[in-house]
Design a protein around this ligand. Structure first.
Ligand SMILES: [Zn+2]
Length: 308
């Protein structure tokens, strides 16, 4: 850390010590999806800031000194876990010099503890499996059922850190669960006619989404998670799409469209740029709107292409 950051951190420490009893719990999340859920549960008792933006690849977030300052002031840090943030978060947390949010401390919440994790490795994990999913698929928030589990974990943690408002968080979590159950019924009904729909995706971001809504992901633009496309693999994907009549290629907004477009034009398929996170596009402004947006995008494309 340079001298300026140390001075800035010291100044922040003095300011927080001098301020009167806090009004809000200062919550930092690694991703915008966690921020959306935490804000929903915390209401006006929390101030929530996400480090990553919804249009960024959450595996690779560029560190900025401002993140360290955010973390220095945090009372709670919520992370996705499963090594999603391993490339950028550990150094920031260490450099934040905030004992409250170190892994294992009371103000550190790994949201993956009670969720359904897919693609869990069986046997020894090797680099050959890919670069970025060694502990199972970390994109679990794309199953709304898991979003409900994350909300429960956040509510319990907020109640623990801010006991006088425990009933407030419990009540808001119950309300979130009720709204989520209603929305899920609607989403599942929308997708029911297309059960078993085969798609190709760029990265393995959509395993839980496919699991929740009855899609079958039959191939990936990336040969392995985190490994860029190769000509041979691209050819295999084109052939698989032709052989199985697959029409849709889902691409996260932060990937280059060159290979997906080439796959689409060689297979008669269509590229769908689909945000996997809240804020990936302005319309996906909260956790519910993310699913509304993505499912609407998908349903429109299904009708356009006759995909099945
Ligand atoms: Zn990933």
């Amino acid at each position: 850390m340079n001298k300026i950051s140390v001075v800035a951190l010291a100044a922040v420490a003095v300011l927080s010590a001098a301020s009167p009893a806090r009004a809000e719990l200062n919550v930092i999340t690694t991703t915008s999806d966690l921020a959306a859920i935490a804000a929903d549960i915390g209401g006006d008792k929390v101030k929530v800031t996400s480090i990553a933006r919804g249009y960024q690849d959450p595996h690779w977030v560029e560190s900025k000194p401002s993140f360290m300052l955010l973390l220095n002031k945090a009372q709670l840090l919520v992370v996705i876990g499963r090594e999603l943030e391993i490339a950028w978060l550990p150094a920031l947390v260490t450099q934040s010099r905030n004992a409250r949010i170190q892994p294992g401390a009371e103000g550190y919440l790994d949201a993956s503890q009670n969720v359904k994790i897919l693609d869990l490795p069986t046997g020894a994990v090797t680099r050959a499996m890919g670069d970025v999913h060694p502990s199972g698929n970390p994109h679990y928030w794309l199953d709304p059922q898991n979003g409900g589990r994350v909300a429960k974990a956040i509510a319990a943690k907020l109640a623990q850190l801010d006991a006088p408002n425990a009933a407030y968080y419990t009540q808001r979590e119950a309300d979130f669960a009720r709204r989520l159950a209603e929305a899920q019924q609607r989403w599942k009904a929308q997708m029911a006619p297309y059960k078993g729909l085969k798609v190709v995706t760029y990265h393995r971001s959509w395993a839980n989404f496919a699991d929740a809504f009855g899609l079958e992901v039959v191939g990936y633009v990336e040969p392995k998670p985190g490994i860029p496309p190769t000509p041979q693999h691209t050819l295999d994907v084109i052939n698989a799409m032709k052989a199985q009549g697959i029409k849709l290629i889902l691409v996260e907004p932060y990937f280059d469209l060159k290979t997906p477009n080439s796959i689409a034009s060689n297979s008669g398929g269509k590229v769908l740029v689909m945000p996997p996170s809240v804020g990936g596009v302005p319309q996906a402004g909260d956790y519910f709107k993310l699913f509304d947006y993505d499912l609407n995008l998908l349903l429109t494309a299904i009708k356009e292409t006759g995909a099945k």
